[in-house]
Unconditional design. Structure first.
Length: 167
């Protein structure tokens, strides 16, 4: 019984300090207010991609850009019906606010967009993924390294961009 208690205490201590053993990766881009007009910020951007392990033919990712330089990947959804996705998405706003993955910062320099965001992790700290791309116009851009094209859709209400992860 004592050995079991010791092992439980040891494992509890070990797992409670995992964030110290495996800290989240740091963002390297500095957040700064976005004052340009290269991209719209009064809605969201979406990208569709083929899925081979889904009941649907395609999935849709949603991304919000904010004037304070914050970016949020607001989950991925089965299908491509944006009206259905919007109805579902607003139900997750409270949950999205609580988790670090998906949040990040972006910088725009002329027609170049750079984003850094925390990703999910199967164990240990959250990694940061970096994407660079080219802005085609105020409603379309493409991330070069993953050949993903994103399109704008005006939408309200957006989730609040203030969070405890980005200063």
């Amino acid at each position: 019984m004592r050995a079991t208690g010791f092992i439980f205490l040891y494992l509890t201590t070990l797992f409670s300090s995992c964030d110290k053993l495996f800290p989240d990766e740091k963002l390297t881009l500095q957040r700064r207010d976005y004052v340009g007009n290269e991209l719209r910020t009064d809605g969201y951007y979406y990208s569709h991609w083929a899925s081979y392990n889904s009941l649907f033919d395609n999935n849709t990712a949603i991304m919000f850009f904010y004037r304070n330089g914050v970016v949020l990947n607001a989950l991925s959804y089965d299908g491509i019906n944006l009206e259905r996705i919007e109805n579902e998405m607003v139900l997750y706003y409270d949950i999205i606010q609580k988790y670090k993955s998906g949040w990040g910062v972006f910088i725009i320099d002329k027609d170049i967009i750079m984003c850094e965001q925390w990703s999910t992790s199967a164990g240990g700290g959250l990694p940061v993924y970096r994407r660079n791309g080219r802005i085609e116009n105020e409603t379309t851009f493409t991330f070069n390294n993953i050949h993903e094209t994103w399109h704008f859709k005006q939408f309200s209400p957006k989730p609040d961009s203030t969070n405890s992860f980005i200063k």
